[in-house]
Design a protein around this ligand. Sequence first.
Ligand code: NAD
Length: 517
Amino acid sequence: MAVARFTVEVPETLEYTSLDTIEDSVSVVRNNYITGRPRNMYWRKFQLHRLHQLVKDHEEKFYEALAKDMGKSRHEALMGDISPLLEECLYFLDNIEKLAKDEKVQPRQITNRFDQCIIRKDPLGVVLILGCWNYPVQLPLVPLAGAIAAGNAAIIKLSETAVHTSALITKLFPKYMDISCYRIVNGGVPETTALLEYKFDHIFYTGSSTVAKIIMTAAAKHLTPVTLELGGKSPAVITADANIKTVANRVAFGKFFNTGQSCVGVDYVLIPKNKLEPFVDALRKTITDWFGANPKESKDYGRIVSVRHFDRIMDLLDRRQSGSIVIGGDTDREARYIAPTVVTNVSFNDPGLMTEEIFGPILPIVTYNELEDAVAMIKRQEPPLTVYVFANKKEDQRKVIDYLPSGGVCVNDTLMQFAEFSLPFGGVGNSGLGKYHGKRSYELFTHERSMLIKKQRFEFLMRARYPPYSAHTLKLLRASLLSSSLTTNRIIYKRGIKNTFIFFLVILFFYIRKRLL
Ligand code: NAD
């Protein structure tokens, strides 16, 4: 399996796929899926291994590319991009045989008792994966690992915004992967629109809810199922008994990791009024300890991915009608730099900071008197991707978790639920549709094919279901279909024993009848 390592430079530009070749790419991948190669177990493992090596062999170049795209530090690149992909490939290599195994289920119908009921794990076919820019290695390639493991072929559309990382993946991909089964298409709106014209067997999209509606509409034309990994305003609810120093660290981590450009990032904080001042002091200390007096000079603080996103975030700040900036506020458009910024006394309905997902390093803080009031305020918004709650009391944790719907929950920490791949990840309502990671990715890209395997024996047992129908055959049908019909007084039996007993009675009845007639 080993292929000689080679050196590669991080490309400066991302070449878009010509619109004329998209049809060819889709049909090559479709035709190769039909040959059955991506389903072959050896091939799946081989390709997962190759995907792992694509990143592992060039880890340094990936750090360089991610730094060029958004000033991502090595630590954040390792946590957010490199390790999730490498670990996901290894997880599938270790577990694929188990995941792919037929699942035997216990038949419920008496007449199937001696037959086989099996759930077979078939691939879906050719899947389209549309990636996003904020974790440009993880977001397109982790779903790809799941799609490969489940035996699918795939077209992958990388992010056009994370230019350097996407260009590096594109350059390495044909050297490692079987591009007749898994193929990259690069581009922006026209290329994505062109791709969406074709029929896929599943579309996996990560990005905004606005574009998700376009994706879902296009998919509907072909009745293609979709998974939508979206965003939203994920609140951090801090309760009265929280340890402010620890909470300040964890909230700062959830807000300023990747310069606030995380779908599961803390969008805003809700805190009891009397805790505001100590919390802001603790946040100020955390930010200075982590990034120094001038975060612009810190090697550990990143940049906004593009001028378009810089302008979008600044517009939210400019449009605000409440609150005052108490930490940060410095910006540099040319350098796409926005300092870690904290805005206090923001009104919950502020038209700038509280209407859309911020997706940048600005933290609005809203105060509340009673926890119930905070919960009621959040409930007015669309269900977020995550609800964060900082509380020692179980009762307070429950007050938040029980009353607020969300894709996921993280208690007393931030972001780490996204990194825990044993948990399914995804949103609800406006924050997404469908779940993935680890086993759930395998299931997502799998068609659970139900199979009933019967024998040709015992045809006489089937007579009751064939015409001509009579009162007598109806009675027999009732006996075999309705487990309570032989016990008209509806005594509750242990089902397993009872069903087998009834089955034998039915066989005996038919046997005696056949002998006598
Ligand atoms: P986006 O939604 O604009 O772009 C994502 C993809 O959609 C790109 O591949 C792009 O080419 C394509 N696209 C853009 N416009 C299109 C159009 N008109 N027609 C067809 N395709 C189009 O990306 P964004 O808005 O910058 O992403 C940020 C959002 O993504 C945030 O809301 C964030 O929370 C969310 N997000 C969610 C996750 C998650 O895992 N749930 C991860 C990352 C980002």
